[in-house]
Design a protein around this ligand. Sequence first.
Ligand code: WA2
Length: 269
Amino acid sequence: LRRETMERAELRLVSMCEERARMLQEQFGVTVNHVHALSILISIFHFEKNPSAIDQDTFAKYTAMTSFERPLLNGIAYAERIFPHEKEMFERKHGWIMKTMNREAAPLQDEYAPVIFSQDTVSYLARMDMMSGEEDRENILRARTTGKPVLTNPFRLLGSNHLGVVLTFAVYRPNLPADASVEQRVEATAGYLGGAFDVETLVENLLSKLAGNQDILVNVYDVTNASEPMAMYGSQTPDDKVGLLHVSMLDFGDPFRRHEMRCSYTQKP
Ligand code: WA2
């Protein structure tokens, strides 16, 4: 009888964990797809059109009205690629000076990525050089060489200080061939579109709506480095005495990263 109870408990844990993992992966996927589409929109409407058909007001309006398409992002912003010799002209044209993520004046660098368009929910990113933050900078460099969606390590986000990850897509000048080399990609890079997955609140919100939520403990990890899992969601580590543990694989679309969901019961079954 005891064995039967355990088997049933195990099956229930597997099915609840898989349900949560699939739902989270699905929401990540639709969000990433929509940011991808928006990166193409910018490539065409900001770069193929001269003058640009996008300004801060149109970007703010469009991103606010389509935010339902990106359910796990707290907002989205576009940063333009600027070289040192363009900095003065750029700042004069916009009538403001770029700042670092620590709110200092931007020091001399080989390149900058100041945010020129931002959704109102992340207006604190405006004018910020996204290359001044370690995680954002790594994302930018990896996004433009791969042409793929890229995610950062989990870290504390600006604004909320919540645990999350940043998603970045490179925006290329139009007519980049699909089979472009790494050098061609870097050369054709015009800017970066991205936003933050506020995992701490948005995943919590997603999971809280599911049946059986009180019975199950969910943790999400970045396990790209298998020997050093990084916590991405979940404050409680499972109690060893509870025993049963199920691990569901997650695919968030960044081919260079691995994520997984670990589920256990909050109480002995
Ligand atoms: N977005 C929101 N919160 C953040 C953040 C970010 N980056 N970085 C730290 N906290 C404009 O890659 C380009 C968004 C970065 C895109």
